[in-house]
Write a protein that binds this ligand. Structure first.
Ligand SMILES: [Zn+2]
Length: 241
């Protein structure tokens, strides 16, 4: 039966998951741990990059240069470039995802490890590093939830795992109710999906306007809510695929 089959998965999505995770030693770490390396870069604007070509030793002035401007050989990823800089996107929540996809394609074409298969070991391995960095940057900026989390990280106020659990009891009751409806009646899935989609869109607007106003506290609260709406959205889409 539907409900029996899906309830364990539903439970996994409830806030208790975040509580369970918070017991782990990494509880104080950022929700997106892997971005820490690039998070400090926001403050480094205007400074010298300190990068030199590993082959010809020419200084590489731009943080987003993938190749040496002199000998054109592939370089190691710049630790100072943000994902926004790498993807030539403005550092805002509202970005043009069509342009983002175009930049991604362009970079993957230039950096794809297949293009380096005849070249030296170093070049091959650097192309793998650069290519996977671009992949990470693209997927982070593509999804609004990840983009919001990343922006908060860049602003020095990452959402930790414990903070990812909303303290808003009314809001949590609404979320629980959505999961209960999905579990209890298969016919309600479409209805819940549409309702959740509306909530998700409203929430996206709130996140966007909070970032635009520089109201970081509201942005943080709304990103936490966005996490819940996105999970319901993904959950229903997974059921239907
Ligand atoms: Zn060079």
């Amino acid at each position: 039966m539907f409900s029996r089959r899906f309830i364990p998965m539903i439970v996994d999505f409830l806030p208790t998951r975040a509580i369970k995770n918070s017991i782990s030693p990494s509880r104080k770490t950022c929700l997106l741990v892997q971005y820490n390396m690039y998070a400090s870069s926001a403050k480094s604007k205007g400074q010298k990059t300190g990068r030199r070509c590993w082959k010809c030793n020419v200084e590489i002035k731009s943080t987003v240069e993938f190749f040496c401007p002199s000998c054109n050989i592939i370089q190691s990823p710049s630790k100072k470039a943000t994902y926004f800089e790498l993807m030539s996107s403005p550092k805002t929540f509202d970005i043009n995802t069509t342009q983002l996809a175009e930049r991604y394609k362009e970079l993957q074409w230039k950096l794809h490890p297949d293009k380096f298969s005849e070249l030296s070991k170093e070049e091959k391995s650097l192309s793998e590093e650069q290519s996977s960095l671009v992949n990470e940057a693209y997927h982070t900026l593509l999804k609004p939830l990840n983009r919001g989390l990343y922006l908060l990280n860049l602003k020095g106020v990452p959402i930790t795992e414990d903070e990812a659990t909303s303290r808003d009891v009314k809001f949590l009751a609404v979320i629980m109710d959505k999961y209960e409806q999905i579990a209890s009646d298969e016919k309600k899935i479409k209805e819940v999906y549409q309702e959740n989609n509306g909530d998700l869109k409203k929430c996206l607007k709130n996140v966007s306007s909070a970032f635009e106003k520089g109201d970081i506290e509201t942005a943080r609260q709304e990103v936490v809510k966005l996490n819940y709406y996105s999970k319901i959205d993904e959950f229903i889409k997974d059921q239907e695929s």
